[in-house]
Design a protein around this ligand. Structure first.
Ligand SMILES: [Cu+2]
Length: 770
């Protein structure tokens, strides 16, 4: 394993030295039985894990991704936020840019990477990405791209340290998690009218636990939201149904059971020097439902990139992420070595009182280990003779401790000879049978080999005597091991039960649910806990100001009047179906089964078939979209804000507004951007607007975005709430369709095996139903 890995590292280094590389990945989609939050369920996996491996490369490289679809239904990969300028058929949307990849079929995505920064990938068939087919992408930018480090610190060493951290980020995929798969959820939605807004847990990189709110928590945290109605045992406040569809008798009673699975841990290594150095985290809201807040007790965060691209940095204490968006944050490691709680509540006014938690472990980097920033893999290798305090000397075992950075390029290993050396965190989930000479550690889950850089959680590799080293996921043993217990005892002992300290992170209250196994650290300083369980910000904590996230360097928006102004009212086409199209029609699921729009011969069909959900835009044009909500007033049940995402090219977000102070909806008061600029020069930001591929249509408010059509492609723009998309909340742009005839789509892709009408694993909505 090690030898292979080193060989790969050596090879890729060689390639970098020459030129852009071809980065090749094999992704096998399959079905597994996993317990990400302690509750076992069917999970769709990539190479046996979920989230899938990180796809990492350098800007300008070619990514070649071989997909092997072993799912019982069709799949694709959409590279969320990436542009495929020369090959728009690589965008991964069935019925738009490709045929869905059938079960047991293969497909190879290959394209030159022209973007940089933090992205993610997921399947785009139905809502199945929410069941596990998703993973992170990180593209290291060219050296020639200006970095915003000097705007944070003038100190050249600090800047160097920031760059170093940025190049080895920790990938943090945050998402809402359910105990049943989305196909069930969607069927129930259609049969009962249930608005499926409640979840079972909030996970980081597919790990976390179920935390049922106690009556104390509900009483103290629900606050005015409680006025909306009863809070159920999951903390959910949403009414189960919309409008006239009401079959609540068809719903099972809501239940909740706490689990005791491990909290995920992010480990950062402090510099030995007094300033501590930096760590970088690529935050991704990879969910399909809710907005999250991310904060680390005691630490400030510097937002340095949004949706991949550098921005003028903002110093904040919490980051708010709507679905699909990414933020790269630098964390200044200026706090003492120790553990800090990461808090992941849903936004205030989400329909559920629920939060995820994780641990931020600040470690000490030591001489001889070039470890800065974050280490994702923690390896124990070559267990041999006497030594580590955690292992009973009688066993005759010794571990050597090494740290591997996410890119696998700085691996260092050395024998541990010092009894006082602290063992690094052992994390994950494992059950050891016994640890004696030559006995293998029995694990629940193997770390898939051959995927450099992305363990699903921290992993360790135990090599006992000369047995081949297998990286393993390991349990949350650290609190026990650090007490000097031996490994066997630590593994066999039930995890310690402590009062639920996560509840009093923001005050002194204690929860009485003694059964919750708690390994979250007690805050060292309550005045530096930034968010409350219910999402409210504390202690004057700031979150990022999205409208002020100016691109760095400047990315000027084209001025003047648009060639197209598309006015879209977000509305319910029926009680279940949100739409985002000018004629209030959904882009129905059957569209994903049709001949891909990109390949369709324009002479043989009319886009009128698509009922206004496909819009043609000439090459070279400037396009403005004005979004408004149909609701006139905020009501208990809505309208929800919708997280929009446009495929391929990014948009400039010119302006957004929430409801008026009276709660009434606000409309965009002009007919066009040009008119707005003439009559109210400050309403829209035409100077340095943010460049994003995800933005929000505020509840009872409006949003205006602008983009340019620069190459032929068929691009989906849709709500990224999974069940909204599945029901048709999407619009497709045929960009530069007059150039489609010049696209040289390989026949293997144009004519890929496909079985229209049978392979989408999601509820089918017929034309007559809407
Ligand atoms: Cu939506």
């Amino acid at each position: 394993m090690r030898a292979t890995h080193l060989f790969l590292v050596g090879l890729s280094t060689l390639i970098f030295a020459v030129h852009a590389a071809v980065r090749e990945y094999d992704l096998t989609f399959g079905t597994d039985w996993l317990a990400p939050d302690g509750y076992w369920r069917k999970v769709y996996t990539i190479n046996g894990q979920s989230p899938g491996p990180a796809l990492e490369c350098d800007e300008g490289d070619t990514l070649r991704i071989h997909v092997h679809n072993h799912l019982p239904f069709s799949a694709t990969i959409h590279f969320h936020g990436l542009e495929h300028k020369a090959r728009p058929w690589m965008d991964g949307v069935p019925g738009v840019t490709q045929h869905p990849i059938l079960p047991q079929d293969n497909f190879t995505y290959e394209f030159k990477v022209i973007d940089y920064g933090a992205y993610w990938y997921h399947t785009h068939v139905g809502d199945t990405f929410e069941d596990g087919i998703r993973g992170p992408i990180f593209i290291r930018p060219r050296d020639s791209r200006p970095r915003p480090w000097r705007l944070i610190s003038g100190d050249i060493n600090e800047q160097r340290s920031m760059e170093e951290a940025f190049r080895k980020p920790y990938h943090a995929l945050l998402f809402t998690w359910r105990h049943e798969d989305m196909n069930n959820v969607l069927i129930r939605e259609q049969k009962t009218g249930t608005n499926p807004v409640c979840i079972d847990s909030v996970l980081l990189n597919g790990q976390g636990r179920v935390i049922c709110p106690s009556q104390t928590v509900i009483a103290n945290e629900a606050g005015d939201q409680q006025a909306m109605g009863d809070v159920d045992v999951k903390g959910c406040m949403a009414r189960p149904t919309y409008a006239f569809v009401n079959k609540s008798s068809d719903l099972n009673p809501v239940t909740c059971s706490n689990t005791t699975s491990s909290y995920p841990v992010i480990t950062a290594s402090r510099h030995a020097s007094s300033d501590g150095g930096w760590a970088a985290i690529n935050l991704v809201n990879a969910g399909g439902l809710a907005s999250h807040t991310f904060s680390i007790d005691g630490h400030d965060l510097y937002v340095v990139a949004a949706d991949g691209e550098f921005v003028v940095p903002q110093q904040v204490q919490a980051v708010d992420l709507i679905v699909g968006t990414r933020y790269t944050v630098l964390v200044r490691l200026d706090q003492p070595v120790g553990n800090y709680t990461i808090r992941l509540p849903l936004f205030r006014f989400a329909p559920q009182l629920i939060s995820g938690f994780a641990v931020f472990n600040v470690d000490r980097s030591r001489p001889g280990q070039a470890i800065q920033g974050l280490s994702q893999q923690i390896s124990l290798g070559s267990v041999k003779a006497q030594g580590l305090p955690i292992l009973p000397p009688a066993n005759g075992l010794l571990a050597s401790v090494g740290i591997e950075d996410p890119l696998g390029s700085n691996f260092q290993s050395r024998p541990s000879t010092n009894e006082s050396e602290p063992l690094l965190a052992l994390l994950g989930s494992v059950k050891a049978t016994s640890v004696t000479n030559g006995v293998e550690v029995d694990t629940l889950s193997d770390f898939p080999a051959g995927q450099p850089g992305y363990p699903p959680v921290n992993t360790a590799c135990l090599r006992i005597n000369s047995t081949v080293c297998q990286p393993r996921m390991l349990p949350s043993l650290e609190p026990l091991l650090s007490k000097g217990q031996n490994l066997t005892d630590a593994v066999d002992a039930p995890l310690q039960v402590r009062p639920a300290e996560w509840l009093n992170g923001w005050d002194k209250r204690k929860d009485q649910q003694g059964q919750i196994t708690n390994v979250l650290p007690t805050p060292q300083n309550l005045s530096r806990v930034w968010v409350r369980y219910n999402g409210t910000k504390l202690s004057g904590a700031r979150t990022q100001n999205d409208s002020g996230l100016a691109p760095f360097p400047a990315k000027p928006v084209p001025q003047g009047a648009a060639d197209y102004t598309i006015r879209v009212t977000v509305a319910l086409a029926n009680v279940l179906t949100w739409v985002v199209s000018p004629r209030a029609k959904p882009f129905q699921s059957l569209r994903f089964l049709q001949q891909p729009l990109l390949f369709r011969n324009p002479n043989s069909f009319s886009i009128n078939e698509y009922e206004g959900t496909v819009i043609d835009l000439r090459n070279g044009s400037i396009v403005d979209i004005i979004f408004e909500q149909a609701f006139t007033k905020i009501e208990p049940e809505g309208p929800p804000p919708h997280p929009l995402h446009k495929h391929q090219s990014k948009v400039w977000v010119l302006g957004q507004s929430g409801p008026g102070t009276n709660g009434n909806a606000t409309r965009f008061p002009f007919n066009s951007v040009a008119e707005a600029n003439r009559r109210n020069a400050t309403l829209l930001n035409m100077r340095n607007p943010p460049s994003r591929d995800g933005w929000q249509i505020p509840s009872a408010g409006w949003a205006v975005v602008r983009f340019e059509v620069a190459y032929p492609s068929a691009t989906l723009m849709h709500c990224h709430i999974g069940h909204h998309l599945a029901m048709g909340m999407a619009l497709v742009f045929r960009e530069a369709p007059e150039l489609f005839g010049r696209l040289q789509v390989p026949s293997s892709i144009r004519d890929a095996t496909h079985v229209p009408g049978t392979q989408i694993d999601m509820p089918y909505i017929g034309l007559s139903e809407v």
